[in-house]
Design a protein around this ligand. Sequence first.
Ligand SMILES: [Zn+2]
Length: 261
Amino acid sequence: MIRIRRVLAPNPGPYTGPGTNTYLVSDGVSAVVIDPGPIIESHLRTIVRELGDAEPAAVVVTHTHPDHAPAANPLGERLNVPVLGHSPGPGFRPDRRLADGDEIEGGAFSLIAVHTPGHAADHLCFLIGDVLFTGDHIMGGSTVVIEDGAAYMRSLQRVLDLGPERLYPGHGDEIPDAADAVREYIEHRRARELQILDAIGAGAETVRDVVDAVYADVAPVLRPAATRQVMVQLEKLESEGRVRWAPGGADEAAGLTLVEE
Ligand SMILES: [Zn+2]
């Protein structure tokens, strides 16, 4: 009987929702810690306390963003267990690097690493039975910031093909209907692409124009992220030959010319 305990890190914010979810996966005898989060001493103490009598086996991270990975090495040292992840990153040095399909032994149980690039190139999900820990690949209650649109869509399809029943995201609540949630994500991305193509068709000539049309309601604090998202999606559309983009620079006001094929 596998138990999953969520320990919420005290780092709420516009990009982290209520905070980062740290998960303790245990069979009552041994335990694996997923995403210990940023280095916050009170959070580390809570993790250690919540492990209780379970023997820690490993600390793993879904990816190396600052709200997920920096506490991994300090926690690994404190628990005297190896720290595992796809790649080194800022403030993160894995004792062992994980590739797609690798198993993380937690004593009598194991987690399987699933490489899911898109939000980040080094992103892993972790599968155990019909449960998938999704990090920032799929979030509870919000969409995801992506850095590679084509890879992201392939990684969503990968999760759909794996067929987990429940998702435990890096932020927000458990998602009980995995397939429905993943299909919604895929539909959301396709709808955004159509909105971008429509905006260009209606005369948008710069990234700023597209952001104004597609992310009209976005809070000012999130506008830089929205701008980055439009650029990522334009790169995908360009690579598919659906948009021609003459880059004039990375600034959203630079004289980009967007031409619908
Ligand atoms: Zn992230």
